[in-house]
Design a protein around this ligand. Sequence first.
Ligand code: OOG
Ligand code: MG
Length: 250
Amino acid sequence: MNITALAEALDAAAREGRPLPGGGSGLKDTGEAYAVQDALVALRLARGERLTGFKLGFTSAAKMRQMGVSDLIHGRLTDRMEIPDGGRFDVSGLIHPRVEPEVAFLLGGTLRPGGDPMAAVAAVAPALEVIDSRYDGFRFSLAEVIADNTSAAGYAVGAWTDPGDLGDLGDRGVLLELDGRTAETGSTAAILGRPLRALAAAARLAGALEPGTVILAGAATAAVPLPPGTHVRATVAGLGSVGFTTGEGA
Ligand code: OOG
Ligand code: MG
């Protein structure tokens, strides 16, 4: 497997909005897949993008069922992927964007494996993630979606709340709306039982995460297609909501 060649092909697919065929990448295992992801993210950083966050994927049964995989994965977020709350997001260059409701954590201290995750958290917020697999039809093996930086394409974070009196966020209603219509409903309990567990998992997978890092805990529901000209909103009970409008072109 040529790690650089696959990273370059995935990067070109994202930049040109042209998907690769899934299922035939020849990736040996997830170790090789994360090496491709590293090379892919390095291409973005070489173009001047800055790392802003860490994301988990397939932390809920809803997502695992939708995508036909059953293992936790992780990817990286950059400043290019940030969508301002209440702002606009151009989807015209994307392949087949989908959106999903999430919970975001902001680190105030370093998050280390085995440490108390809550001690490192400065704030919590409702979030939306836009995913856009660089594989045809969103069909891929586990190694392939890891190599593709876990389909990451964009993310929006709502107002941050002090986690002090929020408890473990264990069973809060989650609502995803498109143009004011309910698209998906769920609960934060879908995220590994409670989203705090995602923090422990992130620490274990990343080694250590620095203060200022945003962590997306993984979608609480299945993802839904995100067409242009759509207002999308996610609400997490007790945390408020976050939204943006998709556009075509600038
Ligand atoms: C991979 C991304 C999974 C999540 O929140 O579970 C993910 C995909 O579904 O294409 O971001
Ligand atoms: Mg996600």
